[in-house]
Every structure is written in C-alpha cells, then in structure tokens.
Design a protein around this ligand. Structure first.
Ligand SMILES: O=C(O)CCC(=O)C(=O)O
Length: 287
C-alpha cells in the first residue's frame, strides 16, 4: 500500500487536542505486519538475556536493535501526524519493542500509570505542562479484545498534571475513572500525546502481544535511545536522510544542528518544502 505524505486534517487536530490520541486503523498492510513481526520475532529469539522471567521483552532503542523497523520512523501512513504536531525540527528520543506472551501466574499489583518524559513531569512548572513529545505505537498482534495486555489510557487526561493514585505503586488501587483498554488489530497505529495518562496492562490471554513504540520530540531535547554508533552499523548506508535525522544524526557539515537555525539544511524541512507541505498556519512548520 503506497501513501502520499499528508498533514493532519483540522478535524483530526481538534480530536487529538480534545482526546490526546488518535487511532489510525489499518495503517500497515498485511505484508508490512508480516515483515515487521518476523523481524521482531528474530530479535525476541536472540534477546534471551533481556527477557523478564515471564518471557516478556521491553527493549529500548528499537531501530538499533531491530534495523528492519527503520521504515516505521517516517511511515507515510502516520508520519504526517508527527510533523503536523511537532514540525520539522524533530527526532525520536525514546523507542521500544515490546513482546508480551501470556502470563501464567497472576502478577502482584503494580500501579503502571504514568505520563511519558520522566522528570519533565517534575521539573516543568506549568499547569498543564507542555506537550513536548508525541508517540506512535505500531500494533502487530491481535489486541482487539480487552485482557490481551492492552494499552490502557484515560482519554482527555493529557492536560491534567496529576492523577490521584496509591501512596506506593504496589498498593492495590482502583483504575482511574474513565480508563479504557485500547482495542487494536494488527496494522493499527495509535498516535498519542506523551501527557495522556497511560499504562500497560497484563496479558493473561493466549495471544502474544507485539508492538513497537516511537516517541518523537524536538531536537533540542536529548535522545535517550542509544544512537552514538549508528553510523558504524552495516545498514546505515540504506537509511534515508529523514530517517537519519530522526535517529539523531545532525550536523553533516552543511549547517544543520539541533536548534534548527538553518532549516534548509535539515532533511525533514527539505522534504516537506519539496512536497509543498510547509503550511504556515501550523506554527511548528514556520521556518
Ligand atoms: O506497553 C504498553 O502498552 C505501554 C507503553 C508505555 O507505557 C509507554 O509507551 O510509555
């Protein structure tokens, strides 16, 4: 399935501003689902040391650990949501591959609810805190029913700085009011605001849950993934300039740098400009 690059519509933007997420059904073709699943399965097999005792895998630096996922970074079916929100001075700061097989013994309670960004949620004083980053979740397995390790979210919670919860994470506590389990099919993509309160749920079903997450932010925020040695990887030559930017490659000698002072030297700016997509009604797209 070929997709033209396109920006988010005004209706989608309004919905995203209101709910804090958008679900893009059928973003990946079956062929793509099969390709990415096979790649993640191979990583799962070799990453025995990183698996939990229940056999789950939560592996950071998704592309470094599974280079076949590089085309997810700027996947045309969904990448438009990212640059429509953040503009062209963006990169991926945090990514992970998650494989969660069935849990056979009930796990002790743990309060997983959080907003993304770590200490951004302590050290920024505004209310609400700024968006700063957005995330894409590429679903590869059937999570179309609750109880399959679904991502749980509180729709519309992204402008709420604090979610009342237990005094300690292991103290049993009811789910937050309004929480829903996101139900998705293989090939669906969830686009969400990092501030939406969310949590992974436990998978007691027979379906192994497989998903890849990519968090995008402005290039003036540092990358948590391991990216330093990417240019030495054997596959780096096949990576396109926008993907290189997204993987933290800045400063190729042409003036490009993380503060974006020279847009014409920034690959994503050039790509959007060449495609006539620099809509100046979107503040983040103004050079
Ligand atoms: O694996 C999940 O469903 C939750 C992932 C998560 O918490 C996150 O992306 O920050």
């Amino acid at each position: 399935m070929k997709h033209a690059w396109k920006s988010m519509t005004l209706t989608e933007r309004d919905q995203f501003e209101k709910d804090g997420y958008l679900l893009i059904r059928g973003a990946l073709s079956q062929e793509e689902v099969d390709f990415y699943t096979a790649a993640i399965d191979r990583v799962y097999e070799t990453a025995a040391a990183e698996r939990s005792k229940e056999g789950s895998l939560h592996l950071l630096s998704a592309v470094r650990n599974c280079p076949e996922l590089v085309s997810m970074l700027d996947h045309p079916a969904v990448f438009g949501y990212v640059w429509s929100m953040l503009g062209w001075n963006a990169h991926v700061y945090h990514s992970h591959i998650d494989v969660h097989p069935r849990i056979t013994e009930r796990k002790p309670f743990w309060w997983h609810w959080h907003q993304d960004g770590g200490r951004q949620n302590r050290e920024i004083e505004t209310d609400p805190r700024p968006r700063l980053s957005v995330k894409l979740a590429f679903w590869l397995s059937d999570v179309s029913e609750p109880g399959r390790g679904n991502l749980t979210i509180v729709p519309g919670s992204h402008k709420t700085n604090w979610l009342p919860g237990p005094p300690k994470r292991d103290v049993e506590w009811p789910q937050p009011p309004g929480a829903i389990q996101v139900t998705v099919n293989p090939g669906d993509v969830l686009f969400f605001d990092r501030r939406i309160w969310h949590a992974r749920s436990d998978n007691y079903s027979d379906f192994t849950r497989k998903v890849a997450f990519f968090g995008y932010t402005y290039r003036w925020i540092t990358i948590r993934d391991e990216v330093a040695d990417l240019p030495q990887q054997p596959w780096w030559d096949t990576v396109n300039p926008v993907q290189r930017q997204l993987l933290g490659h800045v400063g190729d000698g042409s003036g490009d740098h993380a503060w974006g002072h020279y847009p014409e030297t920034t690959p994503l700016y050039g790509e959007l400009s060449g495609r006539g997509l620099l809509d100046s009604s979107i503040p983040a797209l103004i050079p």
